[in-house]
Design a protein around this ligand. Sequence first.
Ligand code: FES
Length: 114
Amino acid sequence: MPEVEFLPDGKRVNVRAGLTLLEAARQAKVAVRTRCSGGLSCLMCKVRVVGGVEGLTEPKQAEKAKLGALEAQGYRFACQARVTGAVTVELPEDPLKAAIRAQLKRQQEEEDLW
Ligand code: FES
């Protein structure tokens, strides 16, 4: 059973070959943002493959069309990529957390000025 690792937390799960990354994430209790649960319409389930790209099925034409330039940067849609071997993927940071981090950084920089 192939192992899937989810970064940045480093959670790992062994899954049956043929499951999607989204299904693997659910088994690992890793939250992947989604609204369509696999319909390739919400485009929220993007993950970046950082290791073992050969451990995933090749993207089909519909996925390639929706990924566009992101494909060259290693992105896949978790609901479309099926696991065939060991793979490591990185989840994007939650947009709310990113906004809070940016605000805290700005505040810290302002405080440093005084
Ligand atoms: S879950 Fe909506 S596109 Fe993948």
